[in-house]
Design a protein around this ligand. Structure first.
Ligand code: C5P
Length: 232
């Protein structure tokens, strides 16, 4: 699995995002487009960024009845994104339907990864709100295993979980990990963080990095630093 740095383009508008991407005149980074930008600008933003030569992780975290997810995934597949995701909490059947919808007539498809338990959910809220009484680590691993059973390519997880996910689901099962910070950088609102070098050591396949790059004085230099620490 080729290691790569994915920049979280958490911008509110197309203009802000494209102004940011204009700075990258050399290597074209793999970018993540999330709900905010996609809902603000629609599918056109995906086409525009794709046209500029970037690979795209479309982070829309689908979760609905299997038939709806299947049809929505088939639309995303036509957008020619490189990676997209859904919630493992939607069940194995929903994940299988998503995979089916994503697969094009010629058998090709973007990578499909699952969100296990959101990092904003903790043991207490999981027990009280979702009535799931098992330890959260166990739930995360169970959801990862369900994603593998459904035929998905991997999961989004904390870099701290990446090693365990590989142990359970195999080294080819992709781990995409946010929560990355430079050793000398601001942690911000992230609670459990790792440096790109640590994420590499623990076996993350892709790191998703937002503010350490987007808010840097020199975003291109910050991106190259991430690549040097994580990929080289
Ligand atoms: O700016 P920062 O590096 O914290 O951005 C991390 C990105 O990864 C954001 O787009 C955030 O929504 C996403 N993410 C996360 N934690 C998760 C899942 C996604 O930080 N558990």
């Amino acid at each position: 699995m080729g290691k790569d740095v994915i920049i979280a383009c958490d911008f509110a508008s197309k203009d802000a995002c494209l102004t940011f991407l204009d700075k990258f005149t050399g290597r074209k980074p793999f970018v993540k487009i999330g709900m905010e930008l996609f809902y603000a600008e629609g599918p056109e933003i995906v086409r525009e960024i794709k046209k500029r030569g970037h690979r795209i992780f479309l982070d829309l975290k689908l979760h609905d009845i299997p038939n709806t997810v299947k049809k929505a995934m088939s639309v995303l597949s036509n957008l020619d994104v490189d990676m997209c995701n859904l919630h493992a909490g939607g069940t194995v059947t929903m994940m299988q339907a998503g995979l089916e919808g994503l697969t094009r007539a010629d058998g090709t498809r973007p990578l499909l990864i699952a969100v296990t338990m959101l990092t904003s959910t903790d043991q207490e809220s999981m027990e009280n709100d979702l009535l799931i009484k098992e330890p959260i680590d166990k739930v995360v691993m169970h959801y990862a295993h369900n994603a593998m059973t459904a035929g998905l390519d991997g999961v989004v997880c904390s870099p701290l979980e990446a090693g365990k996910v590989h142990e359970l689901c195999g080294k080819d099962f992709v781990t995409v990990t946010p929560g990355v910070r430079f050793a000398d950088g601001d942690v911000g609102d992230q609670k459990r963080v790792m440096t790109p070098a640590e994420a590499k050591k623990i076996g993350s396949d892709y790191i998703v990095v937002g503010r350490p790059i987007t808010a840097a004085e020199d975003p291109v230099a910050a991106y190259e630093r991430c690549v040097a620490e994580f990929c080289d």
